[in-house]
Write a protein that binds this ligand. Sequence first.
Ligand SMILES: [Zn+2]
Length: 471
Amino acid sequence: MSDTLLSAPRVLAEAERTFERTIRDLCQYLEFPAVSSDPAHHDDVRRLALQVSSDLRALGFEATVRELPDALPLVAARISAEDPSAPTLLIYGHIDLQPVAGEAWETPPHQAVRREAPDGERLYARGAADDMGGWMSHLAALRAWLETERTVPLNVKLVLEGEEEIGSPNLERYMDAFPEDFDADVMVLTDCENPGLDLPGLTTSLRGLYEIDIECRALTSDVHSGLWGNMAPDVSTALFRAVAHLVDGFGRPKFGRTEPSEAFRESAERIPLGSDVIRQGAHLAAGVEPLPLEGRFAAEWLWRQPALTVLSTTLPRPDAHKNALRASARASLSIRVPPGRDKSELRREIEELLAELPSSGVLIELSERPGGAASWLYEPKGPAFAAARRAYERVWGKPLTEIGIGGSIPFVALFGRRYAHLPLILNGVMDPLTGAHGPNESLHLGLFKRAILTNVWLYAELAEELRPNAE
Ligand SMILES: [Zn+2]
C-alpha cells in the first residue's frame, strides 16, 4: 500500500474532528444572497467570490477571482502535490444561487438553520446543497489533508463558477481565456444528485433540449364562425390534433424512443423511484397516480426517454373570447432529447408523424426555436472510475449507482463536449428531498459528512491509480 493510502485514515479522523467547523464555514457562505439571475445581487456574487478566494489562499492555495467583461466572476485556485509528476484533478462547483422570491420558506432562506428532520439532521438554506455544500465537501477534505499531511496527494485545481444558475452563459469564454485553469487529467463535477441517502450517485447521462413551433394557418384574417364554419378550416382544433398525434395517450412522445443498455436497466432497478417518491416529488394532486411503467423503469422514463411539454400557444385566450375562426394558431413545444440522440433525428420522426395525420384542411409548418442543448451519454470506465468506486465503497459500503439528469444542464453538456477524452466524475451532495430550486432547500448532514470522507479517499485513490508509473 502506498504512503498516500496509509495516510488516509489519519486524514479521515481530522475531517471527522473538524466537521462542526466545516458546517460553521458553510453557514457563513450561505449568508451571501449570491443570486446570479438578479442584477441587484451581482455584488453579492462578487463579494462571495472574493471571500472564497481569500479563504483558499489562507489554506495555502494559489487563488484568483477571474473576471471577463459582461460576466460574473469565477474563482480559480490550485495547489500542487509534493510529487511534481502527480496527476491533476479539477474540481468544478458553483457559488451562485437560485432566486427565492415568491417561495414559501419556513426559515430565512439566506440564514442557515439546522433542524432535525424525519430522516436525520438537515441544514436549511438556499444553496445548502446546490451547490455550496457540494464544493464545501471538497474544501473540507482538502483542508483535512493539508492540516494532517501538510500536502495533498495529487495536484488540485478548483473552478467555482458564478453563473451556473443562469445557464453558464460565459463558462466556455472562461475556458478559452484561462485554459490552464481547466487543464487536468481527471475532473470531478460536483453539482449532482444521489438517488437516496445511502445510495451514492454517479451521473452519466443528460437529456438534451430541443424546442420547436408547430403552426397551423388557414385564413388571412379571423372570420365569423357562424357564417364560415364547416367550409373554412379551424386552426385551433387542427393544432390540438397535430400536437396530440405526436404523443401517446399518456402524453409520452411517440418519436425519439430509445432502447437503453442492459447495464443501465440493471442499475435502474436499484433506484428507489417508487410511487410514493413520484407522488411527493411531482406534487401529484389527490386522485392522480404516477403514469404506468409499461415495462420500463421510472428512471428510464425520467432520464433516458424523450418527453414533450407545451410551452405556450397562440390559441384563443379568455381575454379574447369571440365567435370567430382564427387565422392561425401556433404551439411552442419543448422536447427533452434522450441521451445519445440528436435533435435532427427527432425532427425527422416528428415530420413523419405530422405527414401521416389525416388532413384537417389547414397548412401545418414546423420550425425550430433558437437555443436548446445537446444530450450527453457517458460510459464510466477506466482507472479513474475504478478509483472512484473504491473510494465510495470504503465510505458508503455500496457501489456507485449510475443515474441520469432529466433536465438539460448547460455546464454538463459543455464539459462533456470539451473534455470528452477525460474521466468526468459527476457527483454531489443533493438527495431526493433536497428541494433544490424550491423553498426549504436542505442539505442532509449525514450525507454531507459521507461526501467529505469519500473525497478524502477519492484523492488518495486517484493519486494511486493515475500515478504515471502505476502498473
Ligand atoms: Zn447547481
